[in-house]
Design a protein around this ligand. Structure first.
Ligand code: AMP
Length: 620
């Protein structure tokens, strides 16, 4: 059986892991670091870059470089808080109102497509590492992701050629990686990454992981701290030099990178400086950005956002029916938890020092790999019991939501409720499935609508319509509506409204597959061109250095083969490059043989001369 890999598809970085002999091992992304920047870029030459190479060129290609796309996954354009997006590409609504990315050349991409490019690269790396095809994956999502966001993540995996065995909540994954199967304890997982914040309370008893409660904010993360610092730097520069750097095509990206670096440095130092030479030019010539940033200043900027997590810590304990005294451990997850101010808040909120022994960047992927070994049957000592993160219900008269499955219910679950008709002789009822914590339909997320037809005519309030919701262990929701009198029923697997349709996904899978072929061809072409260049270099050198020694015919033959390869190299035709390479290799070989023969003859002459000289010397 193939291996199931665990992938933490993060806002800023992504990480993958596999379970080997019961232990989770992080698979390197092949570029040095163990995590891969979640960045995709499209170069002017038409190449698609993913990961560290994409991140590196962001400064010179900001409008074609896509970062933090996770924040757009499964989201409507209208519901985004645009202020928090610290990016150079455009975010626009598509014809369904979903938020999509538009890059500088006008092309648009759904967040699922961009995420699939990141996942595809991770798949390749895992295959290189394992030496076999990888298809099965456990992918993690913030606990607070709704159905649409989960489906978007699943679709991204499907497009990348991955088969999702389980969509796992990130804090659950973290707890899995952290806790020994035999232990019994209650854990709070405080997960603050680049773009999302989650807080969960889990109970582990003899290998059974049960999420007791979860909450969070999918629109809060380290990116917001960067945005606040960038804003402060820009304003300060404008105040000092009178120039608005936002209007420059390159400067904002440079400031963004410097701000993130400064933020990370301030996690260990009390002050740091930002130096960006030649950031702009004024009347007096080039202007440089030089600023000292203290931790106190930074903390002043982020204080409100950090504080906004405190009530959620209290809420999650309340939802789990616990107090801070019941908790044995508080685990920190996500790169931003290195910020001292956040650590202090966690310590205050839970009245205990959080543990730092796990690497906050890798722990989620490691947990996902362990979950992979559970779903593939390799490990039988663990059971994962997740909970619903948001309340699910249906719309009733007057646009009010009637909850059917309340948040934090353990999965899998089945619940039903009886409803009736609103008008006399009503034969059709519309079922509008909703998700969210608010009372009114309009404030919650619409997941799907369908109709139950053929209800027996009766005065209003008489028919009895049972609406049943069931959610399987993977969080997939099925809704069944049944007329209790006629027995007529209608069932639906929820494909959340918005996002990609099945047809969209199928088309994107085809594109991704084609790209895989194209990718391979492009790599082959690059390799062939490189080999051709090497051969051209050798042949030109030989031609130049042996002009006086090679006969005219050999020179002409070499020159003609060389020109032929040069022409072929500039074409994109792999077959003609290969042919021309073969021809030049043969001519080069013949020329070298001729030169070797000449060398041997020369050596013979030279060696005769040397001997006679020494004899002469000896005679003298
Ligand atoms: P994650 O989503 O878990 O990969 O976390 C990424 C976020 O953590 C980004 O916003 C990073 O800037 C932030 N981060 C990483 N290292 C540090 C650090 N040493 N101090 C502060 N923030 C950090």
């Amino acid at each position: 059986m193939g291996c199931t890999i665990g992938i933490d598809l993060g806002t800023t970085n992504s990480c993958m892991s596999i379970s080997e002999g019961g232990n989770a091992i992080v698979i390197q992304t092949g570029e040095g670091p163990r995590v891969m920047p979640s960045v995709v870029a499209f170069t002017p030459a038409g190449d698609r870059l993913v990961g560290i190479v994409a991140k590196r060129q962001a400064i010179t290609n900001p409008k074609e470089t896509i970062t933090s796309v996770k924040r757009l996954m499964g989201r409507k354009y209208e519901e985004l808080n645009k202020g928090i997006f610290n990016v150079c590409y455009e975010i626009i609504p598509n014809d369904k109102g979903d938020a999509v990315v538009r890059i500088g050349d006008g092309r648009t991409f759904t967040p699922q497509e961009i995420s699939s490019m990141i996942l595809q690269k991770m798949k390749y790396r895992a295959e290189e590492y394992l030496g076999e095809e990888v298809t099965d994956v456990v992918v993690t999502v913030p606990a607070h992701f709704n159905e649409v966001q989960r489906k978007a993540t699943k679709d991204a995996c499907t497009i990348a050629g991955l088969n999702v065995k389980r969509v796992l909540n990130e804090p659950t994954a973290a707890a899995l990686a952290f806790t020994d199967a035999v232990e019994r304890r209650k854990i709070a997982v405080f997960d603050f990454g680049g773009g999302t914040f989650d807080i969960s309370v889990l109970q582990v008893v003899n290998g059974i992981f049960e999420v007791k409660a979860t909450t969070g904010n999918t629109q809060l993360g380290g990116d917001d701290f960067d945005a606040l610092l960038v804003d402060w730097i820009m304003k300060e520069f404008q105040r000092e030099k009178g120039i608005d750097l936002r209007e420059d095509p390159v400067a904002p990206q440079r400031v963004r990178e410097a701000a993130e670096r400064a933020k990370c440095e301030l996690s260990v130092a009390l002050e740091t400086s930002i130096n960006l030479p030649f950031i702009a030019s004024g009347d007096q010539g080039p202007l440089h950005l030089e600023m000292l940033i203290t931790r106190a200043l930074f903390e002043g900027l982020i204080k409100d956002l950090v504080e906004s997590t405190r009530p959620l810590c209290e809420q999650v304990l309340k939802d789990a029916g616990l107090t801070h005294e019941d908790l044995e451990t508080v685990v920190l997850v996500g790169g931003s938890t290195r910020i001292p101010m956040l650590r202090t808040l966690v310590e205050e909120a839970f009245h205990q020092e959080p543990v730092h022994s796990v690497n906050p960047d890798e722990v989620v992927a490691m947990g996902a790999a362990i979950a992979g070994s559970v779903v593939s049957g390799q490990r039988k000592d663990l059971v994962l019991l997740d909970v619903t993160s948001l309340t699910l219900g249906v719309e009733t008269l007057g646009g009010v939501m009637a909850p059917i499955i309340v948040k934090n219910s353990p999965l899998p679950i089945k619940r039903s409720k009886m409803f009736t008709t609103a008008v006399d002789n009503q034969q059709i009822v519309g079922i509008h499935v909703l998700q969210g914590e608010r009372e009114l339909t309009e404030d919650n997320r619409s997941l799907a609508r369908f109709e139950l037809v053929g209800i027996r005519p009766a005065p209003r309030g008489i028919p009895r319509i049972e609406v049943a919701f069931s959610i399987d262990a993977n969080g997939i929701l099925f809704v069944n509506a049944k007329d209790a009198v006629t027995g007529k029923h209608q069932e639906l697997k929820i494909n959340p409204s918005g996002g990609l349709s099945d047809d969209d996904v199928r088309e994107l899978i085809r594109d991704a597959r084609n790209y895989r072929e194209e990718d391979r061809d492009r790599t082959k072409l690059i390799e062939e061109r490189n080999l051709a260049d090497q051969l051209i270099y050798e042949a030109s050198k030989l031609l130049n250095t042996s002009k006086d020694r090679l006969d005219a015919d050999s020179q002409a033959e070499l020159k003609s083969a060389l020109d032929e390869l040069r022409d072929a190299r500039d074409s994109s035709d792999i077959a003609s490059i290969e042919r021309a390479k073969k021809d030049l290799t043969m001519v080069l070989h013949t020329s070298r043989n001729i030169l070797n023969m000449l060398d041997t003859l020369d050596d013979k002459d030279d060696s005769d001369g040397t001997e006679s000289l020494s004899q002469k010397e000896g005679m003298d």
